[in-house]
Design a protein around this ligand. Structure first.
Ligand code: KG4
Ligand code: ZN
Length: 336
């Protein structure tokens, strides 16, 4: 079954053709990073307008790369939330128009479910069920038990900023541009993670996260001594990253013990972080837990993961009609 995935929830316009939920035949992503960089974050209205411009060329590129035509498509999966409503609507309307005009089955997908479906792409073996998932992106940080494709139980979530959001906000304070996660990741490689004593909050057994305190701590340092440069900037990035990773790993460890899981997947944009990948690797080795992490390119927003998630829903006979709509908030535990 060849599924066309469309993704436009934030600042990436993406289309992909995926066979049987696992084999990526062709995909394309148009990033708007340059457009939003001068604002230090995503401007929703500008994002919507660029999705309108980019969607058809991105779709055509994905079809060309797959050597396919719209007539070959057996189902369309589109992100319906969570995200920026104006941005989501561009993908949802395009998907509905194509599904209606060509009589192709349509299904709406939760963006977070998409992230949790990337792990099976590109011929990866992927985890079985149930398994634990650490989902860390620009908008969400959650620990989730995946019971089946599309069936989740949320164990804990951030009480304030998402992990990626904290990376981006700290990066903004340090003049590192947007998105700052990959830049901090790179600088942290040459920094000393013990150079700055940043807070290590949420020390109890609960599974929620909080990242705003460490962000404030970085702000206090910048107010006291200005934006550091050279080695000191690398040290601050390494110290901040270490405190984020410390909390993510501690909570993941607690969830593994409390829920007796034997497999873990880490997903979302922050899962591309080298320090986090190494730290969860060590944790899993020490606990005898099998670890699954998508390739860095499949961690950040893409449409192949949406097509993959949609495939399982289409397989179960799920169909959306033309009342399908975009929604800004959409919990993972809610059925699509
Ligand atoms: O999953 P994603 O592409 O979009 C959302 O659904 O939010 O995640 C984007 C987030 C951004 O905050 C970005 O800074 C962060 O992921 N990110 C990283 C890295 N690559 C992307 N954070 C830390 N290290 C990275 N290498
Ligand atoms: Zn995402």
């Amino acid at each position: 079954m060849l599924v066309l995935g469309l993704e436009s929830s934030c600042d990436e316009t993406a289309a992909a053709l995926v066979e049987d939920g696992v084999r990526v035949r062709g995909d394309a992503v148009a990033s708007q990073v340059d457009v939003h960089a001068e604002w230090g974050g995503v401007v929703p209205e500008i994002a919507s307008r660029h999705h309108v411009i980019n969607l058809i060329p991105v779709l055509q590129t994905a079809l060309d790369r797959a050597g396919a035509r719209l007539d070959d498509v057996d189902g369309i999966a589109v992100t319906r939330g969570p995200g920026l409503v104006g941005a989501l609507l561009v993908g949802v309307q395009a998907a509905k128009a194509m599904a209606w005009a060509r009589g192709i089955p349509l299904v709406g997908v939760n963006h977070l479910e998409g992230h949790l479906s990337a792990v099976w792409l590109d011929g990866a073996q992927g985890p079985g069920f149930p398994h634990l998932a650490l989902l860390v992106s620009g908008g969400h940080s959650e620990l989730v038990i995946a019971r089946d494709h599309g069936v989740f139980e949320v164990l804990g979530a951030t009480r304030d900023d998402a992990a990626g959001e904290a990376f981006d906000k700290v990066g903004k304070m340090l003049g590192l541009g947007y998105p700052a996660g990959p830049v901090i990741d790179k600088l942290a490689q040459t920094g000393d993670p013990k150079a700055f004593a940043l807070p290590r909050p949420m020390r109890g057994r609960g599974l929620d996260f909080s990242f705003s305190g460490m962000k404030t701590a970085v702000l206090t340092i910048v107010q006291r001594e200005g934006v550091p440069t050279g080695q000191r900037l690398a040290d601050l990035c390494a110290s901040f990253q270490a405190s984020v990773i410390d909390q993510l790993v501690r909570k993941t460890h607690a969830a593994i013990e409390q829920h007796h899981v034997k497999q873990l997947q880490v997903a979302g944009g922050v899962a591309a972080n080298r320090g986090l990948r190494a730290a969860v690797g060590e944790l899993c080795t020490s606990l005898g837990v099998e670890l699954f992490v998508p390739s860095p390119a499949r961690c950040t927003d893409n449409a192949a993961m949406i097509a993959a998630a949609g495939y399982w829903r289409l397989q179960r006979g799920e169909r959306a009609d033309l009342t399908l709509n975009a929604t800004a908030t959409l919990p993972l535990s809610e059925p699509a």
